[in-house]
Design a binder for this molecule. Structure first.
Ligand code: NAG
Ligand code: NAG
Ligand code: NAG
Ligand code: NAG
Ligand code: NAG
Ligand code: NAG
Ligand code: NAG
Ligand code: NAG
Ligand code: NAG
Ligand code: NAG
Length: 503
């Protein structure tokens, strides 16, 4: 981010909140956007001797008024129950604010961006522009078709562009697009949006039990339920991004809702809310679901290819907007935030128990999918001490470098061209074959994300063709992967195929 803004935010957090616990940084998918050292302590500036020469971004839409599911399942029923209760809240201690509280959510506005969301997407645009000031102005920005994604994209464009505005390219959210969309989970029958709710439900019951008992002691007639508690905690996030005053410095980290009060829910109870969501996303769109990496690979591969290709692509910067489901699957495809990495255990269930928190987990959804979460991949040109002069690659999540496990032969947290090509080839070997693994029933599927013009199902060099024929490639034809890649990566790929067959 813009260093001046960064400094002012830094000053704001240290000055105002010292080391107080901030519920707004633990709200999983309802977390207002934040970039901060907790994600990783590593420096977002390019390593010594390196210049960034290309970048690709995948961005979740910015803050919305409420998500349909959250409203229908948790918030709406709580608000209705509240409207019809006989409880005298004035005598209910920490709950007494409920006597006057009115829901800020208008049903017509559900799924719409908030003012805070618009402002944050615009800020991200200007931060990105400042970060890559030497880049050509990008002619295009991509977005899936929902209003909250296109409006995030157009707000971003406003912050990004100086002269001519990039064109906003809308990508269909259909169910028969194969891998060729920014919502590939929608065209993947093997993906189920309810996966993870069972595991999440187990932990919800555990962490809410003492809260329910405490609240029922204060207001017995209300008969608080698990869903009421979740609705109330979700309201902390939504109410803050609805009422947030965008003119106030640091608004995004200002808990602007009575539900965020630490007198209502303790820090540990917020961490319980966070973990129950981590479980849901882990099993739904994370490492706990074997289809996750397959859904995320097409974007990861298309992005890597734009960076790796030897001829200069049309743009220096490629930015695409999507929904919450895609970025976590891309992280799986890239092997990031893997609880098992650097450990001896690869069992997806034991690293993420449903009945207690794993405090050492990597998978923390508040850091992985806040509103406006973004995954950046960068190509750098480096002439750095003790490294061969050349091109190096790295990934940043919400502007914090996220090192690729086993791909660390470059300056800082970067990886060489050879290392990155073979790393991506391994990921292709693990997760390629979208149409087949998703079990698509329609005949015109494709394993390739072709929206950027690169349409070959391989990693690395020589991937700049954009022949129409490749677009109709099916999984069977897609197995030609590697044909256009270097012999180094083919050899590495072969070894790895064998390793993964054993695994
Ligand atoms: C309102 O509360 C009354 C009594 O507590 C109950 O009988 C009635 O079903 C409630 N109405 C709604 C719409 O929940
Ligand atoms: C497959 O055909 C459907 C129906 O015509 C169309 O909507 C979809 O975009 C096509 N998918 C691909 C990957 O071309
Ligand atoms: C309280 O809520 C639970 C769960 O919805 C329900 O089973 C129970 O009947 C309710 N009790 C009272 C006294 O309303
Ligand atoms: C928003 O913040 C600005 C600057 O702090 C202040 O002048 C303005 O009155 C605030 N607006 C609202 C609606 O609170
Ligand atoms: C609720 O209110 C009481 C009395 O003011 C206070 O001691 C307590 O810490 C508050 N918070 C919780 C989470 O109970
Ligand atoms: C996660 O890490 C474990 C241990 O290194 C590894 O076996 C597994 O393949 C990794 N998962 C993915 C999807 O990269
Ligand atoms: C993890 O748990 C789920 C649900 O109980 C089960 O379906 C799956 O097979 C387990 N995975 C492993 C690797 O044991
Ligand atoms: C990085 O950019 C600066 C300014 O354009 C230039 O002087 C320097 O040589 C570049 N370094 C590399 C390694 O490309
Ligand atoms: C980096 O340092 C190591 C250890 O001193 C040395 O063996 C290696 O040749 C150096 N590499 C480069 C590219 O300078
Ligand atoms: C890419 O391919 C060209 C021609 O086949 C070759 O000369 C070049 O060295 C390759 N570059 C990389 C990074 O593998």
């Amino acid at each position: 981010m813009n260093s001046k803004l960064f400094l002012s935010l830094l000053f704001y957090t240290t000055a105002i909140s010292a080391d107080a616990f901030e519920p707004l940084k633990h709200l999983a998918g309802i977390t207002p956007y934040f970039e901060s050292p907790p994600t990783t302590p590593y420096d977002p500036a390019p390593p010594q001797g390196c210049n960034i020469t290309r970048a690709t971004y995948l961005v979740r839409h910015a803050a919305i008024v409420a998500n349909d599911y959250d409203y229908e399942t948790y918030i709406g029923p709580f608000v209705k129950k509240l409207a019809n209760t006989t409880v005298d809240w004035s005598k209910a201690g920490n709950l007494s604010f409920l006597a006057k509280w009115k829901s800020p959510i208008k049903e017509d506005d559900i799924e719409q961006l908030t003012q805070v969301g618009v402002q944050e997407a615009t800020n991200l645009g200007s931060d990105v522009k400042n970060r890559y000031h030497g880049f050509r102005n990008p002619p295009k920005v991509w977005s899936s078709t929902a209003e909250r994604t296109t409006k995030s994209a157009s707000s971003f464009i406003k912050g990004l562009s100086a002269g001519t505005s990039p064109q906003l390219v809308e990508v269909n959210e259909g169910k028969e697009e194969g891998a060729d969309s920014l919502t590939p989970y929608s065209s993947c029958p093997a993906y189920s949006s309810s996966r993870g709710s069972e595991q999440s439900g187990i932990y919800q019951k555990i962490y809410t039990a003492p809260i329910i008992a405490r609240f029922n002691a204060a207001a017995p007639a209300f008969n608080f339920t698990v869903d009421d508690i979740i609705g109330m905690q979700e309201l902390c996030g939504y109410e803050s991004v609805i009422n947030g005053n965008v003119s106030t410095p640091g608004y995004a980290i200002n808990a602007d809702s009575p539900f965020c009060s630490l007198d209502l829910f303790t820090a540990d109870e917020w961490l319980g809310f966070e973990y129950s969501n981590d479980l849901m996303y882990w099993h739904g769109i994370g490492y706990g679901n074997p289809i996750s990496g397959t859904i995320g690979l097409p974007w990861a591969k298309a992005a890597a290819n734009l960076l790796l290709q030897s001829n200069k692509p049309d743009q220096d910067l490629y930015v695409s907007f999507t929904h919450r489901e895609l970025p976590p699957t891309v992280l799986v495809a890239l092997g990031l935030f893997n609880n098992s990495a650097y450990t001896a255990s690869s069992d997806v269930n034991t690293t993420m128990p449903s009945n207690e928190i794993n405090p050492n987990r990597e998978w923390i959804s508040s850091r992985i999918l806040p509103f406006l979460t973004n995954i950046a991949m960068e190509r750098m040109e480096c002439n750095s001490f003790n490294y061969t002069e050349g091109d190096y690659y790295r990934v940043l999540v919400n502007q914090s470098p996220a090192p690729l496990p086993g791909c660390a032969d470059g300056p800082g947290l970067s990886c060489s061209g050879k290392g990155f090509t073979s790393y991506m080839q391994q990921r292709q070997n693990m997760f390629g074959g979208f149409s087949q693994k998703c079990g698509v029933k329609y005949s015109n599927s494709t394993d390739v994300l072709g929206i950027y013009g690169t349409q070959v199902d391989a990693v690395g060099n020589g991937t700049s063709t954009s022949s129409g024929a490749a677009a109709s490639q099916t999984s069977a034809k897609g197995s030609a992967a590697g044909r256009t890649s270097t012999s180094v990566s083919m050899a590495a790929g072969l070894c790895l195929t064998m390793a993964y067959m054993l695994w």
